[in-house]
Each structure stands twice: as C-alpha cells, then as structure tokens.
Design a protein around this ligand. Sequence first.
Ligand SMILES: CC(C)(COP(=O)(O)OP(=O)(O)OC[C@H]1O[C@@H](n2cnc3c(N)ncnc32)[C@H](O)[C@@H]1OP(=O)(O)O)[C@@H](O)C(=O)NCCC(=O)NCCS
Length: 153
Amino acid sequence: MLRTDIEIRIAITEDAEAISRTIVNALHESNARDYAPPVIERIAASFTPHHIARQLAERHVLVATLSGEIVGTVSLEKNVLRSFFVDPAYHGQGVGTALLEEIEGLAAANGHFSLAVAASVTAEHFYRRRGFTALREVVQGNVRVILMAKELD
Ligand SMILES: CC(C)(COP(=O)(O)OP(=O)(O)OC[C@H]1O[C@@H](n2cnc3c(N)ncnc32)[C@H](O)[C@@H]1OP(=O)(O)O)[C@@H](O)C(=O)NCCC(=O)NCCS
C-alpha cells in the first residue's frame, strides 16, 4: 500500500546515525540476496555514522521520514544519484519513488539534463520501471553494478 504521509527533507548532521542504520539494514536484508557477505560487509563499513557525517558536507543528502522517523535516504553528487536506500521494513510503500522524484527535481533545478546511477543488481528493475536505461555493466571494486541514466524533463 502506498503511503501518503511520507515527508522528505534535507539531512542534517544529527541524522547520521539513523541514516547509517537505514543503509545497513537495507544492505543486510535486501542487497544480501544479490551480493556475497564480504561485499556487503565492505560496503556497510563505508556507511558508518562517521562516513555519513562527512558525506553530508560533500553532497546533497535527503531523508524520507514517517512520523518523524528516518526510513530512507538518497543523495546527489553533480548529476549522479548515490546512496539510495529504504529500510526494508518500509519497502514497497512508495518511499523510494518519493525520494527518487525529489532528487530528480533537485538535479533538474541544479541545471542537469540527465541523472546517472551505478545501480545495484537489486535495484535495477526499480530504476527501469522509472525511466532509466541500462548503459553497461561494470565491476566497481569487486561489486557488480549497472550504469544507468535517465533524461530529465
Ligand atoms: C530500491 C529501493 C530504494 C526502492 O525503495 P522502495 O521504498 O521499496 O520503493 P517503492 O515502494 O517506491 O517501489 C518499490 C517497487 O517494489 C514493489 N514492491 C511491492 N512490495 C514490495 C516489498 N514488500 N518489498 C519491496 N518492493 C515491493 C513496489 O510495488 C514497487 O514496484 P514497481 O517498481 O513495479 O512500481 C529499495 O528497494 C532499497 O533500499 N533497495 C536496496 C538498496 C539498493 O539496492 N539501493 C539502490 C542502490 S543503487
């Protein structure tokens, strides 16, 4: 069921812990179906609260909340979508779609004509359904991803 109470805002430093928790939950429950445990652990190690706090200073980072609780996050670096995760307890309720729409709007407002992503195998279908085209598959540091892009209006 799609939620109508999803709120999206810019992340602040105090969100780092909740963002990290959301990402690590998604890695362990969702991405773990497509990637081997050492790969998951290595990626999880790059999303500690400390790493997130640093990223907050370097990128546009958004969070999605339900009743004030952080349940999803996405970030934008130039025209590249990064670190897009929804807590698995809330998958399939429209949180990811809401975050994607917001980041597409932000990229367009920043003057970009396309949005790119190194998509996880896990999320490839999600991106395809939302207008992204696969360009090619690459292995980034032992992790298989699909480079995808979408024209912005
Ligand atoms: C990709 C992701 C962010 C999407 O978030 P989400 O909140 O589940 O997204 P939505 O609810 O808007 O849409 C999910 C889709 O799965 C379907 N779905 C239904 N029930 C579902 C469930 N229980 N779990 C997951 N998806 C479900 C939805 O109907 C929707 O289908 P559609 O694409 O045919 O419209 C999320 O799945 C995720 O965190 N994945 C793991 C991390 C990842 O790989 N991120 C991308 C990195 S590049």
